[in-house]
Design a protein around this ligand. Structure first.
Ligand code: C2E
Ligand code: CA
Ligand code: CA
Length: 834
């Protein structure tokens, strides 16, 4: 309201209220003016007394006596108003009442309607009541009542009337303003205390007036200070009391507020705690509260179920005690991250110990949690059972890393572990390891004769025996087929490994029952160690494999240690392999021709093409050095093709260059691997045709041992070659012990007596084998040819024994194409001369 501009005096007044206000205001003001006029008519002393009385009343109005607990205050000023009424009449009292009201309304309100209206109404009320009093007093006197008692009673009546008039005047304004009906009785009842206060003031006034009457005006001088003191004491006492009451009320309110707040907080806490408790108890996930020192404070039913333990059992233990010893470290690292503040939560997968001794895999999540009323920080840890998933994973991993038949680790697993051992040995030479490569000597025979099931049983039994004779830390794996490998770590010496190899051979030698049959088996073992500083597992496996072949070559049931000699051999072989591959691709490999003669007539009948590898650094490398390597590495296939093409090409050229020479034979050596490849015969046919040679001119030489080994695979090609017309010759005949029946049935046109038998002919004897071979060849209708003829006696003897054809250094060394052409030309001339 105070913000309202002063001129908007009645912005909240209804028209009736405005009318009412103006009426009372104007009437009051008129009464006030009238009173002033009346007072002015008094004597100077009286006027002075009135002024003093008015001033005192006004000043007293500044210090209202507020009764503690009541909403309104009473000013003691009425005492002086009533006194003026008694001494100087209604006009003086009306002025004093107006002034006192002005002071009071000025003090309590800043609205001008109130500041002007209140004094006007007070003047009106007092003037009215006072005038009635003034009219009544003479009546008292005239009725002869000289006593002061009736006057006193009349004054009390006037006080009550004045309070009623004031109440009705002001209260009606309020009602009209609010638009409520004016209910005088209710107004008077509500302000009854005012009547009492006025009556009290009137009593005091009456007493003072009677004293004044008896003791004179000096009495006033004494009584006024007493009244003033009394009022001010009351004023300050009540103010003090009021202040105290207010302070007490504020304190009480504050305390009440605090209690309400606390209660609200408790309710909230209880709600949140019960929510947490409910979540904790009913959670499907295992949960626990753990102290920073890993002490389990509380565990929920799901966790108890997960670990098969009771709540009390868990609550008394340590988090570390329920986690698998191997996983405690993982968990501690995670918790440390949380405690140090580096992380706000952690996640780990660990194994927990179930009461029944089984491991339970749990996915663990943890974070901080403020527990209970103390707000102390602890960890809240959730555990989720992931055992099924872990088991499935490890099952899959097992399958991926194990051999289905023997359940031993497989090649991948072995290579992985070997890689780890290599890395470890590289960092610490004392961490020496050995790799044993094991191959059963007669597995194929057993498998073929007793069937696959028996073969499987043999492998299973062998696997079990191997595992039993090794330390738990050793790793035995099945690489495939009948090949096994063993990784032995922390080896101290070669002797220790050799001892192990002997022990293995010992346990494998024991007979094995396969159904009805009882078989004995043996294994060849190749060994290598980390002493060779391997960088890859493949290198170690390769060397162990090489050592195994060395062991096999020494006979069955042997073991061999890979050594530096083998190492050098292997390194040079690796180098050779690379070189040979490049030589074949670059068309460097060439052929020499060794002449073949009809021994009796000494007529040149053909040439044998022999592979030659001219090497930039190592000169001409002989076939004995690279053919075996080419066969091992498979390079023999492109090499053989290249030789056949080159031989056919040069041979055809030679024939063209010497028109009268007739048809010369061309012998070309082939490997078993070439012959066992499908389509080889067609390829030969194609090459022969490309150089316009006749298939009958061409003989393919195949060593006897190779022929027997690869017979079944080579047969289709052999039959097709015979069909084409190409002759097959058995090279090095007599060294391979081939049975006669085989020889009889095979599409073979020629046998070549091995050089060793020819050499023995040198000193006149040793002709039995040669004689037998020649006889055999004749009986089977095969052409017989001798190789390695180095001396005239050998030649003579061969002729005597009936050998038709032959070759050797005596007759002609392997030579270049141009030399071969010279020889052929000479031969042709001789033939013509003859
Ligand atoms: P081979 O087929 O028995 O060839 C004859 C070998 O004996 C040749 O050795 C030849 O130089 C040698 N020789 C010939 N006459 C005599 C003699 O009077 N005395 C002695 N001591 N040696 C004689 P080379 O050229 O070193 O060939 C060795 C073996 O290499 C051949 O034996 C043959 O098995 C194989 N070979 C050569 N070229 C090829 C080829 O192109 N393909 C295949 N698969 N093998 C080949
Ligand atoms: Ca040959
Ligand atoms: Ca030979």
């Amino acid at each position: 309201m105070s913000e309202q501009p002063a001129f908007l005096l009645m912005h909240d007044y209804r028209p009736e209220a405005k009318a009412y206000w103006w009426t009372t205001f104007l009437l009051g003001t008129a009464v006030f003016g009238l009173s002033l006029v009346e007072v002015a008519k008094l004597s100077d002393a009286a006027v002075l007394q009135v002024l003093v009385g008015v001033a005192i009343a006004a000043v007293t109005g500044l210090f209202p006596v507020r009764i503690p607990g009541a909403k309104v205050s009473v000013a003691g000023a009425e005492i002086f108003v009533f006194m003026l009424l008694l001494i100087h009449g209604p006009a003086a009292a009306a002025i004093a009442a107006a002034c006192e009201a002005a002071v009071g309304s000025w003090r309590t309100s800043d609205r001008w309607t109130s500041r002007l209206g209140s004094p006007a109404m007070a003047a009106l009320a007092m003037y009215g009541c006072g005038s009635a009093f003034a009219l009544a007093v003479p009546l008292l006197d005239t009725s002869g009542a000289g006593d002061r008692g009736p006057l006193f009673a009349l004054l009390l009546l006037v006080a009550l009337a004045y309070s009623a008039a004031s109440t009705l005047l002001t209260g009606s304004l309020m009602c009209v303003k609010r638009g409520e009906p004016v209910r005088p009785v209710r107004l008077l009842r509500a302000h009854g205390w005012l009547a009492l206060a006025y009556a009290a003031s009137a009593s005091v006034s009456g007493l003072v007036y009677m004293s004044f009457d008896r003791f004179g005006s000096e009495m006033l001088l004494a009584i006024f200070p007493i009244i003033a003191m009394f009022l001010s004491t009351l004023h300050f006492y009540f103010r003090q009391a009021e202040t105290q009451v207010v302070a007490q009320r504020e304190k009480f309110a504050a305390a009440e507020h605090a209690v309400a707040e606390a209660a609200r907080h408790v309710v909230q806490l209880q709600a949140s705690e019960s929510r947490f408790h409910s979540a904790f108890t009913h959670a499907a996930v295992g949960m626990m509260l753990v102290s920073n020192e890993y002490r389990i404070l509380q565990a929920n039913p799901a966790l108890c179920h997960l670990l098969g333990r009771s709540e009390t059992e868990l609550a008394q233990s340590d988090l570390k005690a329920i986690v698998h010893a191997e996983d405690v470290g993982v968990l501690q690292a995670q918790v440390a991250g949380l405690l140090s503040g580096a992380d706000s939560k952690f996640t780990a997968e660990v194994r927990c110990l179930h009461r029944h001794g089984i491991d339970v895999w749990v996915s663990t999540n943890g974070s901080f949690f403020s527990a209970g009323d103390s707000g102390e920080r602890c960890l809240i840890v959730q555990m989720h059972d992931v055992t099924a998933r872990r088991r499935a994973e490890s099952r899959l991993q097992h399958i991926a890393y194990h051999d289905g038949l023997t359940n031993l680790p497989n090649r991948s697993h072995f290579l992985e572990q070997l890689t780890r051992a290599i890395v470890q040995a590289a960092g610490d030479p004392a961490a020496m390891f050995a790799v044993l490569f094991l191959d059963f000597d007669r597995f194929k025979v057993i498998n073929d004769s007793l069937g696959h099931r028996a073969g499987d049983e043999l492998l299973t039994t062998a696997a079990r025996r191997l595992r039993e004779c090794l330390r738990p830390t050793d790793l035995v794996a099945r690489l495939g087929g009948d090949e096994f490998a063993i990784l032995v770590e922390h080896v101290r010496s070669d002797a220790e490994v050799m001892e192990l190899a002997e022990r293995i051979q010992g346990v494998l030698r024991a007979p094995i029952h396969l159904g009805e049959a009882e078989v004995t088996t043996s294994a060849s073992i190749g060994i290598t160690t980390s002493a060779f500083r391997y960088e890859t597992p493949e290198q170690a496996m390769r060397d162990a494999d090489i050592a195994m072949y060395r062991a096999k070559s020494q006979g069955k049931a042997q073991y061999a240690l890979f050594d530096s000699a083998l190492h050098t051999e292997v390194s040079s072989q690796l180098w050779m392999e690379g070189e040979l591959r490049r030589a074949i691709e670059g068309g460097v490999v060439d052929v020499d021709f060794q002449p073949i003669f009809d021994l009796r007539s000494r007529r040149l009948t053909g040439f044998e093409a022999l592979a030659r590898w001219p090497h930039a650094a190592r000169g001409s490398i002989r076939p004995s050095e690279f053919i075996a390597l080419a066969e091992e590495t498979g390079l023999i296939v492109p090499l053989g093709d290249r030789v056949l093409e080159r031989a056919c090409g040069q041979h055809a050229q030679l024939q063209r260059n010497i028109p009268g020479i007739g048809m010369l034979d061309l012998h070309v050596n082939v490997s078993g691997m070439q012959l066992s490849r499908p389509g080889y015969a067609s390829r030969v046919k194609q090459i022969i045709a490309a150089f316009e040679l006749h298939p009958e001119q061409v003989t393919l030489e195949l060593t006897e041992s190779v022929l027997i080994e690869k017979l079944s695979a080579a047969l289709p090609n052999l039959l097709e070659l015979r069909e084409i017309g190409v002759r097959i010759s058995i090279d090095d005949f007599g060294t391979g012990y081939s049975s006669l029946s085989v020889l009889q049935d095979l599409p073979i046109g020629e046998i070549k007596i091995d050089r060793t038998f020819v050499t023995r002919l040198a000193n006149g004897g040793g002709d039995e084998v040669v004689r037998a071979i020649i006889a055999l060849g004749r009986s089977l209708g095969k052409r017989v040819i001798a190789e390695g003829i180095e001396s005239a006696p050998q030649l003579d003897q061969l002729i005597r024994l009936g050998c038709e054809h032959g070759q050797g250094f005596l007759l002609g060394r392997p030579m270049s194409t141009s030399d071969a052409e010279v020889m052929a030309r000479t031969a042709a001339t001789q033939v013509r001369i003859a």
